[in-house]
Ligand binder design. Structure first.
Ligand code: CP
Ligand code: NVA
Length: 306
């Protein structure tokens, strides 16, 4: 049995296989061929943070695969009132066939997974958001932009950045990360990614000047400057991140056909300008839709590993 906690635990071939399964299921869905590959299975979905895409995509995906998803908000289950993680894990995994968790500390899902009898999927922690990267890479494949990637990530060194680092390190592409001073990525994650990059041939380079990072990039991506849980830092961050907005000036430094990705939700006028967002909205909303298809690929793949 396998869990999906970070891309660090997956080989390049496994990541590509999950995406291929997702693309195949997507093709079948569009041609109205439905395969109930997870018939009668249930996915428990524990949310300790808000969500639009993650909730809708997992719930819809599970239904389309013939199963059922349970939305479990920490406001409604005893986990939110202090029932231990290890007890919650043993109870829920005795009834559900898979569990997706969105939480704060990454150690919470590691502990949950260590007590779980069924696969655990990371639906975002403070440290990683790996399901988003499956959708992001699937989108680059579909938009013929997955060869010779030079990806520039501009913004906060956060869970999305860490997941981009793991994807680059596993698949072997160049990732340039530009953050303001003091908002760099976690140095332990960087060291791990650099070690993996030595094996795959990936290049992971950090900058404090976004223009340097974006120069000649084939993909430009960003994320909110204020992640869930950091709300009280918002005003200060807006001041510090000035100069890190991805706008048409910034995009003009990248390749002329560079793709822009955003995991959403997007804050126009902050990490991305309205103009740049709308210019690239087709690929950004393909990316959002691909959460559904990539995660179906993931759930089918995890089910096969038991
Ligand atoms: N990108 C993403 O995970 O969106 P949600 O927070 O809406 O799930
Ligand atoms: N970095 C953001 C991603 C949201 C999908 C957050 O953690 O809030």
């Amino acid at each position: 049995m396998r869990h999906f906690l970070t891309l660090k635990d997956f080989t390049k071939d496994e990541i590509l296989e999950i995406i291929d399964i997702g693309l195949e299921i997507k093709k079948n869905l569009k041609s109205k061929i439905y395969k109930k590959e997870l018939e009668n299975q249930t996915l428990g979905m524990i949310f300790e943070k808000s969500s639009t895409r993650t909730r809708v995509s997992f719930e819809t995906g599970m239904f389309q695969l013939g199963g059922h998803a349970l939305f479990l908000s920490n406001r409604d289950i005893h986990l939110g009132r202090g029932e231990p993680i290890k007890d919650t894990a043993r109870v829920i995994s005795s009834m559900c066939d898979m569990v997706m968790i969105r939480t704060f500390e990454h150690s919470m899902i590691e502990e949950f997974a260590s007590y779980s009898k069924v696969p655990i999927i990371n639906g975002l922690t403070d440290s990683y958001h790996p399901v988003q990267l499956l959708a992001d890479y699937m989108t680059l494949v579909e938009h013929s932009a997955s060869e010779n990637i030079v990806c520039a990530y501009v913004g906060d060194g956060n869970n999305m950045t860490h997941s981009w680092m793991m994807l680059a390190a596993k698949l072997g592409f160049e990732l340039r990360i530009a953050t303001p001073v003091g908002y760099e990525v976690d140095q332990t994650v960087l060291a791990d990614a650099q070690e993996l990059a030595c094996e795959s041939g990936a290049k992971i380079i950090t900058y404090n000047d976004p223009k340097e990072a974006v120069k000649g990039a084939t993909v430009v991506t960003t994320d909110t400057w204020t992640s869930m849980g950091q709300e009280e830092e918002k005003e200060e961050r807006i001041k510090i991140f000035k100069g890190f907005m991805v706008d048409e000036n910034m995009m003009s430094l990248a390749q002329s056909d560079a793709k822009f990705l955003h995991c959403l939700p997007a804050y126009r006028g902050l990490e991305v300008s309205e103009e740049t967002f709308e210019k690239h909205s087709k690929i950004v909303f393909d990316e959002a839709e691909n959460r559904l298809h990539a995660q179906k690929g993931l759930m089918v793949w995890l089910d096969k590993q038991r």
